[in-house]
Design a protein around this ligand. Structure first.
Ligand code: NAD
Length: 357
């Protein structure tokens, strides 16, 4: 299959990526290359020990550790962390963790333009984008700004090896969602499509091994490589229906981010496959199925992913309102987004059925 397009616009961020087991130990060298002397290390409370170990690797270049990163990047946490960065004279941020910790580093960088080194420990892919989502009270807003783009990423499979299997699966499907939606993005380009297909191939090949043997470093490395590629796609192109539905279900109904992504993905892709079957053919090929939607559904189930929105606590009576909100101000999407169509999709996702299309 060719990903050639007769016309396109492509842009790539200038990001330095180092990849390999143990590469986190090079963090001092990377901070030094940035010309920084006083790094603030960031993490969630759950990963404070990992952050302290990275601070030890930094030696004299560590100015402090802030371990209160939280889900959805609350502005109050950012303000506290920014004040701490200022108080210790930080000239660089080192975020060690998943999308929540990376989000905190990005939020501080947005306000201060401090350079960022990210050491990802999930597959979410936030480290590869200039996108920042943050919450103030209940409202979540998203912005894109070059200051937010991390300068250096250290992909170390040893740190991801401890990611619990259920989180591994939902995080991988989160990454795959970026690649799958990237294939039909309005602003896709040949490079983003090639990255998306190779990213999905890496997950399809290595995720089953990781689930069976979470400490398998070569397999963890291949999935982490997939995360980099899928995150890079997210950094280059716009997302569509799948992301809109996940934002509505997370924002309006408080459903958990990763599980919601895992459940919705096969349904959103099947919905769009009716409009762009050729663009989604690589998804069916990567995951081995007659259609992209069916292939993703079967793959997610084989990996033990959650299948039904009802298991996340969403009431059936909420589906009408969810369809209503999802079709108000819809994102651009390759298939027409109708209230009935989305209601039908949500019904299948609520019950945990295979996609209808
Ligand atoms: P997360 O960062 O919230 O991590 C979930 C939990 O798992 C946390 O408690 C964390 O400490 C823990 N954890 C992470 N890695 C671990 C490991 N290796 N071992 C043990 N525990 C580990 O989850 P996430 O899915 O990586 O990130 C989700 C957030 O990232 C959401 O807010 C989402 O909106 C955001 N995100 C943003 C972008 C972007 O481009 N802006 C892209 C993707 C995701």
């Amino acid at each position: 299959m060719s990903y050639f397009q007769p016309e396109f616009v492509a842009r790539s961020a200038a990001v330095r990526v180092r990849f390999g087991p143990g590469v986190r130990h090079a963090v001092a060298e990377e901070v030094g290359r940035l010309g920084a002397r006083r790094a603030l290390v960031l993490s969630t409370p759950q990963q404070a020990e990992t952050a302290l170990a990275v601070a030890e690797d930094l030696g004299d270049l560590a100015a402090g550790v802030y371990s209160r990163a939280a889900m959805h990047t609350p502005v109050q946490v950012t303000e506290e962390a920014e004040a701490h960065a200022h108080a210790i004279g930080a000239d660089c941020l080192v975020a060690v963790g998943g999308g929540s910790t990376t989000g905190l580093g990005k939020a501080i960088a947005y306000r201060t333009d401090l350079p960022q080194v990210v050491v990802p420990t999930t597959y979410a892919g936030s480290e590869a984008t200039a996108i920042l989502g943050q919450t103030d009270g209940r409202a979540k807003t998203t912005l894109t700004d070059p200051r937010v783009q991390p300068e250096v990423i250290l992909y170390d499979a040893e740190l991801v090896a401890g990611l619990p299997v259920p989180l591994t699966v939902t995080s991988a499907l989160n990454a795959i969602a970026h690649a799958a939606e990237g294939l039909y993005a309005q602003d896709r380009n040949p490079l983003s499509s090639v990255l998306a297909v190779e990213g999905m191939r890496a997950f399809a090949a290595a995720l089953p091994t990781v689930i069976a043997s979470p400490g398998d470093l070569p397999a963890r490395g291949e999935t982490l490589y997939g995360a980099w590629l899928c995150g890079t796609v997210l950094g280059q192109v716009g997302m569509a229906l799948h992301h809109k539905l996940c934002h509505v279900l997370g924002g309006t109904f408080g459903l958990p981010h990763a599980e919601t992504h895992a459940i919705i993905l096969p349904h959103a892709i099947a919905f769009n496959e009716t409009a762009v079957p050729d663009l989604l053919a690589p998804v069916a090929a990567s995951f081995g199925g007659a259609t992209a939607g069916a292939a993703l559904h079967a793959f997610a189930q084989r990996c033990g992913a959650p299948a039904a929105l009802r298991d996340l606590g969403l009431a059936r009576t909420d589906l009408d309102r969810a369809a209503e909100v999802a079709t108000t101000n819809p994102y651009w999407n390759p298939a027409p987004v109708t209230r009935d169509g989305i209601r039908h999709l949500l019904d299948a996702a609520w019950e945990g059925r295979a996609p209808d299309h």
